[in-house]
Design a protein around this ligand. Structure first.
Ligand code: ATP
Ligand code: MG
Length: 423
């Protein structure tokens, strides 16, 4: 019996894992600079948490959640709800009114798998809870852009404001009226959505819907004065930080808890899956989940698979850094192995990536392995050399060879080797 990963689930093999580590490292370094702190959360949460926060009439809650009906639990489809739950549950605002948090990990959605769309995917998720100022919106978007830039990715930022519970209802009813007059040209999903979640029709990807909404009323024209002032300040903030963006009045979030600023980072290099990160403001969510009244929040989720795909495309052009072994020890024969194994171990103790193949294969086979791990140096210990208490150290890039004395305890040899490697 042979088994395969389930459809939409994927192994991340060692070759690829290096890139994931690189992505996480860059992200963590950026977050440190912006004073964000990590929070680690359970993968399963009460189903009700998502239904309540994301909203019943959303794609995620309607059809994409992996729920254990008998246990009342759901595999998280996104992280904002969990972070908000944790914020309320542990009263995080008491120790620090503005919480700047991030989490990195898998999310689960039952969607049709395709390039850049999986059923278990990973997100880098960032939330700033407790700050309502437009400056926080601008700072967050500028940070996301810095992260994408440091990964060497060039993506565009689109922003919009979707108003608040004061001004959105009026816009919503205008829109419903507009959509109902044109119901015939909408897709089946949007026919339904035009009464349950009409804003979602605005960013439907189907051609008929796209054409239909072209002349729909713009939410930017119905913002109340507070939302309008906030959005103006966000745009000014982005200008001050040198972040370029485009207005997209059709961009809404599929999740109910969003108000005011919404944004997306998009690319033209991933086919249909153009969004690499998406986020927005959710000033009502914390209160909705039983937390302190009027606690604002803003955040985004970044799709790691899509970033990895982009990084791979980029690397094909620019042959980026590959994790190379510092040294490969080629030991010929049993005696040589007895020497080489502790030597490699001591190099690892000193922080180096040292590789060795067990089972004394031919020199040719071992040199092949040295190539596979892209070793910078190879230490060849043959039987004759061993008798003379020396080995050959080969610089794999320059092909230069030198004699390396094997006299002395292995700890000392490792230190001498380390010096040579580091030069
Ligand atoms: P999309 O329009 O691509 O379905 P979404 O609006 O459902 O995105 P969000 O819930 O805002 O996405 O999630 C933020 C980011 O997570 C997306 O921009 C995307 O990069 C990534 N993402 C979402 N769903 C998936 C998935 N099924 N597989 C891989 N990445 C995903
Ligand atoms: Mg989606």
């Amino acid at each position: 019996m042979k088994f395969k990963t389930a459809n939409g689930f994927k192994d991340i093999l060692p070759d690829e894992a290096a890139r994931w580590q690189q992505l996480e490292q860059v992200a963590r370094d950026i977050f440190r600079r912006f004073g964000l702190r990590e929070i680690r959360l359970p993968l399963l949460e009460p189903t009700e948490l998502f239904a309540r926060s994301i909203g019943e009439a959303t794609d995620i809650v309607e059809k994409e959640m992996y729920s254990f009906a008998d246990k009342g639990l759901t595999l998280r489809p996104e992280a904002t709800a969990s972070i908000a739950r944790a914020y309320v549950e542990h009263g995080l605002h008491v120790q620090q009114p503005v919480q700047r948090l991030f989490t990195i990990g898998p999310m689960f959605r039952h969607e049709r798998p395709q390039k850049g769309r999986l059923r278990q995917f990973h997100q880098i998720d960032v939330e700033i809870i407790g700050a309502s100022e437009a400056a926080a919106d601008a700072e967050l978007m500028a940070m996301a852009q810095m992260l994408l830039n440091e990964l060497g990715l060039h993506v565009s930022l689109e922003i919009n404001s979707i108003g608040c519970p004061q001004c959105r209802p009026a816009f919503r009813s205008c829109l419903v009226e507009y959509l109902q007059e044109r119901a015939a040209s909408l897709c089946e999903d949007c026919k339904r959505r035009s009464s349950t979640n009409p804003l979602r029709v605005l960013d439907c990807k189907s051609k008929g819907c796209k054409e239909t909404v072209q002349d729909a009323p713009s939410i930017l024209d119905s913002l109340c004065s507070d939302c309008d002032a906030h959005f103006t300040a966000v745009r000014r903030g982005l200008d001050e930080l040198g972040v370029t963006y485009q207005l997209n009045r059709f961009m809404v979030r599929g999740l109910d808890y969003y108000v005011r600023t919404t944004f997306e980072f998009t690319t033209t290099n991933l086919g249909a899956q153009s969004a690499v990160a998406a986020g927005g403001r959710y000033d009502g969510l914390i209160e909705e989940l039983g937390g302190p009244k009027n606690t604002p929040g803003i955040g985004f989720g970044m799709g790691m698979e899509r970033l990895i795909l982009l990084m791979e495309q980029q690397e094909q052009d620019s042959k980026a850094a590959f994790v190379r072994a510092d040294l490969f020890a080629a030991a010929l024969g049993e005696q040589a192995a007895i020497f080489a194994v502790p030597l490699v171990h001591n190099l690892r103790r000193l922080g180096f990536y040292a590789a060795i193949e067990h089972g004394s294969r031919s020199l040719k086979a071992q040199m092949k392995q040295a190539d596979r791990v892209k070793a910078r140096f190879t230490l060849i210990i043959g039987e004759q050399e061993l008798e003379r208490q020396e080995a050959v150290l080969r610089n794999m890039d320059s092909q230069e060879q030198s004699t390396f004395s094997l006299q002395g305890p292995t700890t000392e040899l490792a230190e001498r080797l380390a010096k040579l490697i580091e030069e």
